[in-house]
Design a protein around this ligand. Structure first.
Ligand code: NI
Length: 182
């Protein structure tokens, strides 16, 4: 496994549509392992191919397990790592939820984005088998954010009000509370 170099905002590759994967090969297993390692190294919850310059339709996602002393309800998918190849939305809720997002390709920035509450998504796994799953809440948000990356879109594209976009480093400098409620 290896930590790959990230691609950042301003790089044209983040604006290009990734190409469908025609064959699931052992190299793809290695790529997915690298993507998961790179994502965890940067404390991310998702990473798409174009973010490491691989213009293929693949993304990984993993919501970390909560800290042992956390009293929050753990997400049902916490600690599960997902690899989705050629993902496609089958169905998604009309109801939208607004919540905070960040992106490893846009360090230090966060913003409030509306996303579907749940999404049914179909994809191939690393064995080349087709599967379909329903993701809700935060996982749905992560999947939709990563799917955007495969189509050259970024979360900031969904933000039309500048007050819904902020820089965490500015807040630390100004001594403000860095936590925002959407
Ligand atoms: Ni992102």
């Amino acid at each position: 496994m290896a930590i790959r170099e990230l691609v950042y905002l301003g790089d044209e590759r983040l604006r290009q549509r990734a190409i469908k994967i025609l064959q699931v090969t052992p190299e793809l297993t290695k790529l997915a392992a690298d993507m998961l390692e790179t994502m965890r190294y940067h404390d991310g919850v998702g990473l798409a191919g174009p973010q490491i310059g691989v213009m293929r339709r693949i993304f990984v996602a993993e919501i970390p397990e909560p800290e042992p002393d956390s009293d929050g309800t753990p997400h049902p998918y916490a600690g599960v790592s997902f690899v989705l190849i050629n993902p496609e939305i089958v169905k998604q809720s009309r109801d939208l939820l607004e919540a905070t997002e960040g992106c490893l390709s846009i360090p230090a920035w966060s913003g409030c984005v509306e996303r579907a509450e749940w999404v049914e998504i179909k994809a191939l796994n690393l064995e080349g088998q087709s599967f379909q799953m329903r993701a809700e809440g935060f996982l749905a948000r992560v999947f939709l954010h990563e799917l955007d990356h495969l189509n050259g879109a970024l979360y900031v594209d969904h933000i039309t009000d500048y007050q819904k976009l902020w820089n965490a480093e500015d807040e630390v400098r100004n001594g403000e509370n860095p936590s925002h409620d959407p």
